[in-house]
Design a protein around this ligand. Sequence first.
Ligand SMILES: *Cc1c(COP(=O)(O)O)cnc(C)c1O
Length: 456
Amino acid sequence: MSQQTKFLLNEDQMPKAWYNLQADFPQPLPAVLHPGTMQPVGPDDLAPLFPMSLIQQEVTTEREVEIPEPVRDVYRLWRPAPLYRAHGLEKALGTCAKIYYKYEGVSPAGSHKPNTAVPQAFFNKQAGVKRLVTETGAGQWGTSLAFAGAHYGLEVEVFQVRVSYDQKPYRRAMMETYGARCVASPSNETVYGRSVLAKHPDHRGSLGIAISEAVELAVQRDDTKYALGSVLNHVMLHQTIIGLESMQQMAMADTWPDVVVGCTGGGSNFAGMAFPFIGHGLRGGPKPRIVAVEPAACPSLTRGKYAYDFGDTAGMTPLTKMHTLGAQFTPPGFHAGGLRYHGMAPMVSHAKELGLLEAVAYDQVACFAAGVLFARAEGIVPAPEANHAVKGAIEEALRCKREGKAETILFNLSGHGHFDMASYQKYFAGELTDETYDEAELAMALSGLPSVPEPV
Ligand SMILES: *Cc1c(COP(=O)(O)O)cnc(C)c1O
């Protein structure tokens, strides 16, 4: 009897609404604070940055938010995304666990990020916006927003973190192919970028700095808004299409996960996969273990503080309560650029505080080894970020082997690594090392967290 490998949904089985975990949290999310007044921000405070439709999605506690039909039309270019049973990987590991993975690398940008880039561009276009400004780490988000901007005829300007700009020239070429303008950050194009370069002319950049530059530019013009590829509640919401489709596909496979695994940078692909399962559990369904995997070199969930902090380095964003390494922290230049962010999505952080998920951290060399094993067994070369999820799933499968348990493991393969082959080359040449962060810098960044009066 041949075993089924691929689980595909028809286009008409694609979800018609995103799922909002805010509806099922046993306690509400902590308020977002205005850094000047320390009072909760209102929609008007965010209006210079985002269209009102997205601000409403940021705060809504409705369980379902309809996916507009024109967005579903664009999603149909690559969705529903396939879910695979990893027979080859199971065999290579000799595990009795069943491993399934959802593959988000089938999008035009090669990752999950267009799931939110498309609706963000759609809602901005609807609001009459002409230009979007953003930041990008590895270039995945910039590429995704450039693709969505091209579809809706929006100008897109991208601040790319310097280290990735230098390491990944093809990502920039792809952004330019879609018509976006790409600038290395820190740059000379903003007051904040110039202030960083004045102190550190060779600064390797960080997402926090690039966000400050993008926000600075966005607030200068009425026809310009800012777009963020992770962290925010509306981004988590858009990504839930991953988990919602996966639930249908697990049912097709006639099983249900005991463990759900994802990698976390800002938290969006992980949330997209995990939140529908967490919500289902909170409403009385089965409760799989939920495991977030982060890089040991940027360990916000496992080593950070749960505290109010800025989303950017200059302190221009509102204050959100999240697991953070401190907005002044510059993570080392390891190769999973999409995971180099000092903070974590407030919704993921809140879920962790409520005990709804676990977090682990792995070093990059071990993650590349996992990615290579996966590529040889399954055929897909994962993005360096996704290697963390692969590593997490493999560790769970090996635990099952030791314990003689036939558990079902589901993980999200957030993207392919075709633009990251230089980092694989380095791995094969033995030149990849486990970057460690500067303990003193981390301690200093944490001691510099803004002080926020505790609510009574
Ligand atoms: C950006 C990116 C990530 C990390 O971002 P999250 O918001 O944590 O999902 C992970 N995997 C890939 C392929 C990415 O491009």
